[in-house]
Design a protein around this ligand. Structure first.
Ligand code: UTP
Length: 289
């Protein structure tokens, strides 16, 4: 099984991140030196997913521009002899082949994925949420691609979350039939804490078989009045056709301020030139009463 396409929905309005996202897409907010969505695309590329399909809206086309050449800037950097920066900027423009599809109404994540059907056709494909970051020894989405290829089934990425946070996620229930791999029996979108079937929460990483489009087409709006991807996956779970992989690595939800800011510090601390100053400043802040 060959999986080369990745759908990255970026058409939402980012209301949790206002006012920063009034005119700047939340997927372009910087995490240290790079915009959030660049980390997501790099994770895809490092997994061999080279065809990127952005699901976009009319106000956020600047996202696909980030993965294209900026000739004026490149010419300027060349003239000034800033070779290292020039190479970095060019590499971003050349890292992936980009297709952009409009989601004309923001009807939810499930609807955003359905918008990709025309470019996916009958191939299995990955979905990566454009503001969810995953870091570790191996690319997050690769962990799902490996299992989907071996089993020929759709796979969702899950992480364990504290009980008081289950109502923010899609939650699965299933049996662990191999270390870290579950056959999913049930999926619920944002359950009340008392009703959650487990603490295993779906994060923004999926590998899906094209049958998902048939289920998405028939859906009515679910939780929050949105067409929920979880509701289509729940049908596949009931048919025994959905697996979950407990993801290894550290996850950051860039739509949540505490996690967004932590991700900035995480990356900045890895820069040797910045580290000492940053640690000193943080210690100073923490010692202030
Ligand atoms: P979120 O629910 O986190 O994004 O969707 P949102 O709607 O932009 O954010 P809030 O909740 O108002 O702050 C996860 C991803 O799915 C995309 C978003 O852009 C985000 O990257 N999305 C969501 C779409 O592409 N279309 C939609 O209709 C909804």
């Amino acid at each position: 099984m060959n999986i080369r396409k990745v759908v990255i929905p970026v058409a939402g309005w980012g209301t949790r991140s206002l006012p920063a996202t009034k005119n700047v897409p939340k997927e372009l907010l910087p995490i240290y030196k790079k915009p959030v969505v660049q980390y997501v695309v790099e994770e895809a590329i490092n997994t061999g997913l080279t065809e990127v399909v952005f699901i976009n809206n009319q106000t956020k086309t600047i996202i696909e521009d980030h993965f294209d050449h900026n000739w004026v800037l490149e010419e300027l950097l060349e003239r000034k002899g800033k070779t290292e920066l020039l190479e970095e900027i060019r590499a971003v423009a050349e890292m992936a082949s980009i297709i952009s599809v409009r989601q004309k109404k923001q009807l939810g994540l499930g609807h955003a994925v359905l918008c990709a059907q025309g470019v996916i056709n009958d191939d299995p494909f990955a979905v990566m949420v454009g503001d969810d970051l995953m870091f570790g020894m191996e690319p997050g989405i690769k962990q799902l691609v490996d299992v989907a290829k071996a089993e020929g089934l759709s796979v969702v990425g899950v992480v364990e979350v504290p009980l008081n946070k289950v109502d923010r996620y899609g939650i699965i229930q299933g049996e662990e039939y191999a270390p870290g791999i579950f056959r999913v029996r049930q999926m619920v979108e944002k359950p009340a804490v008392a009703d959650a079937p487990s603490r295993m929460a779906v994060v923004g990483r999926y590998v899906l078989m094209p049958e998902v489009f048939d289920h998405l087409r028939g859906l009515k709006p679910g939780v929050g009045g949105e067409i929920q991807l979880t509701d289509a996956l729940e049908i596949m779970a009931k048919e025994g056709r959905l697996l979950a992989v407990r993801m290894r690595g550290r996850r950051f939800d860039a739509g949540d301020w505490a996690e967004y800011l932590t991700a900035n510090i995480y990356f900045a601390l890895q820069d040797e030139e910045l580290r000492d100053d940053l640690v000193r400043n943080l210690q100073e802040l923490l010692s202030c009463k």
